[in-house]
Design a protein around this ligand. Structure first.
Ligand code: ZN
Length: 276
């Protein structure tokens, strides 16, 4: 082996060594990276399995629960239990100024009326009529005090209250806020939807009547809930109104009562559960 051949051999050995070192380095890098990957994916993988398990278990539990009925028979009335109306109207969710339900309103027959207003959503009337008829068959004195209120009726009631406050010495700039604690600002009354009504009267004396007791026991069967309870005032922003009943639907009303949720809470609840 001459000097030149020795030099070539040395260079080849050196290159071979470098190649080995590179392969070893790459091997280490691949190992470390895959180890890190395994660690970071471990948690979500576990999560996936557990959520799958909980989904499976909730599937089985919902199978054990009795299925919600499609229809219910109440006296002579057969009602669709799945029909619902979940429109939310409150201080933060007003209806547009020009919102009008008149296209879907119907006239409530005189024998059911106790006040001066006479219209309600025609689909809701089917349920309300069944409820009033069946309650009356049980000897309950029950009728409609205040159902649908148009924007103009609300405006008139609100302005009347504002003027009353000004006459009572409340400064003009505070009169509207003060009035709003007593009468809903125009466009924020649930009566505007045609889906709610005051029964018999609109004051706390209603709480002492048989009609109130009957409604607490039976209204959900017809799709109505007591919209403003004392307990939920921090959420609804409205004082306890035992006389104000809102149609939501039969299965929905039962579910809301079972969960002890007002409409605001229930809508949040179903928006969360429907995302899964
Ligand atoms: Zn009311």
């Amino acid at each position: 082996m001459n000097r030149r051949q020795k030099a070539i051999l040395r260079r080849n050995l050196f290159l071979g060594f470098i190649a080995l070192v590179l392969v070893a380095l790459i091997g280490i890098i691949v190992f470390v990276v895959s180890a890190i990957n395994r660690k970071t994916t471990e948690k979500p993988q576990n999560k996936d399995t557990s959520s799958l398990q909980s989904e499976n278990s909730s599937d089985t539990s919902s199978k054990e629960e009795p299925e919600e009925p499609k229809t219910v028979q109440l006296g002579e009335y057969t009602l669709d239990a799945t029909y619902n109306k979940l429109l939310l109207v409150n201080g933060e969710n007003p209806l547009p100024d020009d919102y009008d339900y008149e296209g879907n309103l119907t006239e409530i027959p005189k024998e059911y009326i106790k006040g001066s207003l006479t219209q309600i959503d025609k689909d809701v009337w089917v349920y309300l009529k069944a409820m009033l008829d069946n309650a009356r068959k049980e000897g309950i004195d029950i009728g409609v005090w205040s159902p649908y209120r148009s924007y103009n009726t609300q405006k008139m009631l609100f302005e009347k209250q504002v003027n009353k406050q000004i006459q009572n010495g409340v400064p003009k700039e505070q009169a509207e806020d003060k009035a709003a604690t007593i009468v809903a600002r125009p466009g924020t009354s649930e009566h505007h939807t045609g889906l709610a009504l005051d029964i018999n009267c609109a004051n706390s004396s209603f709480e002492k009547t048989k009609a109130y007791e009957w409604l607490k026991q039976n209204a959900e069967n017809y799709g109505f809930v007591m919209r403003y309870s004392e307990e939920k005032q921090p959420i609804t922003g409205v004082i306890h109104e035992s006389w104000h009943w809102r149609f939501v639907g039969i299965n929905t009303a039962k579910k809301m009562n079972q969960l002890n949720m007002c409409l605001e809470e229930y809508l949040e609840y179903i928006s969360k559960t429907s995302k899964h």
